[in-house]
Design a protein around this ligand. Structure first.
Ligand code: PLP
Length: 279
């Protein structure tokens, strides 16, 4: 763990009462996966962290180079080859007041063994539940405010589903912690990266893989009927990669997934190349 400029035991209790992340959710975060000791797509994640912080008028407490150094040192100290990195930047520590304080932003980070979906989930696909998207207008910011996301995920779990697919005004936005893709008549569809969704790093890289593979891509709004009639559908995120959907509400999808199989292979190769280049 890392807080207040120091590496610490992950179980150490370090967050002061007046930390704004804790009191207001006043901060931003990133989640990065480490493969073979190398954080995948690090520059894309740090670019997004900068964009998120800027959108909330938070000044990052470290330069890009220093952030990279802290992450590198953290990975070395953890001695993990495969890991999940969670990092967040809050507006800092100051007696509770809605107005911005003058204090410096605060970085915290944890590095742990990766949490992984069982192989079975990738083979069989997951069940998903459609739920109303109750979030705010600026979901492109990776902010700490995740209440609607956790409530949706928990509601899905209580019905035996692994992910909630959020619907706003009749159109799919994204998953509670993932982006959503549909394949129909050989074309790959996903929700356009507007302010209504978090533009996933995995989403971006999977779209690039699809184009390389000669798959036609359309960033287009999708209705509930459209996703239920999909030939194939999947969700993506840093932690799950490409995860096939087997069921949406009561609607079962085909268990043969030629395009998902092709994309999964392409994305695996992309990942290995990236890790090789970055290391
Ligand atoms: N959408 C939401 C709401 C998320 O929380 C996440 C990741 O946690 C994603 C999409 C996927 O983003 P990424 O591929 O960058 O992990």
């Amino acid at each position: 763990g890392y807080y207040d400029g120091q590496f610490r035991d992950i179980n150490e209790k370090v967050i002061p009462i007046d930390e704004r992340g804790h009191q207001f959710g006043d901060g931003v975060y990133e989640f990065i996966r480490v493969y073979k000791g190398t954080p995948l797509a690090l520059s894309q994640h740090l670019d997004r962290l900068e964009r998120s912080a800027k959108a909330l008028l938070i000044e990052l407490p470290f330069s890009r180079t220093d952030l990279e150094k802290i992450i590198e040192e953290g990975i070395q100290k953890s001695t993990l080859e495969e890991a999940d990195i969670y990092m967040q930047v809050t507006r800092g520590i100051s007696p509770r007041n809605h107005l911005f304080p003058d204090t410096k932003a605060e970085l915290s980070m944890t590095i742990r063994h990766p949490r992984q979906m069982p192989d079975e989930a990738y083979e069989k696909g997951i069940s998903t539940l459609l739920l109303e998207d109750e979030r705010w207008a600026n979901c492109y910011i990776k902010s700490l405010n995740l209440l609607p996301n956790i409530l949706a995920k928990q509601a899905a779990a209580s019905k035996g589903c692994k992910e909630a697919i959020l619907v706003k005004d009749g159109y799919i936005t994204e998953g509670s912690s993932s982006n959503v893709f549909v394949i129909k008549d050989q074309i790959l569809y996903t929700t356009p990266a507007t302010k209504q969704i978090l533009c996933g790093i995995t989403r971006t890289n999977v779209l690039a893989c699809a184009k390389e593979e000669g798959i036609q891509v359309r960033e287009q709004h999708m209705t509930i009927d459209f996703i239920k009639q999909a030939d194939e559908a999947f969700v993506t995120s840093t932690s799950i990669g490409i995860l096939p959907i087997a069921r949406i509400d009561e609607q079962h999808l085909s268990s043969t997934r030629p395009i998902i199989d092709k994309l999964t292979n392409a994305y695996q190769i992309f990942r290995e190349q990236q890790v090789h280049i970055q290391s």
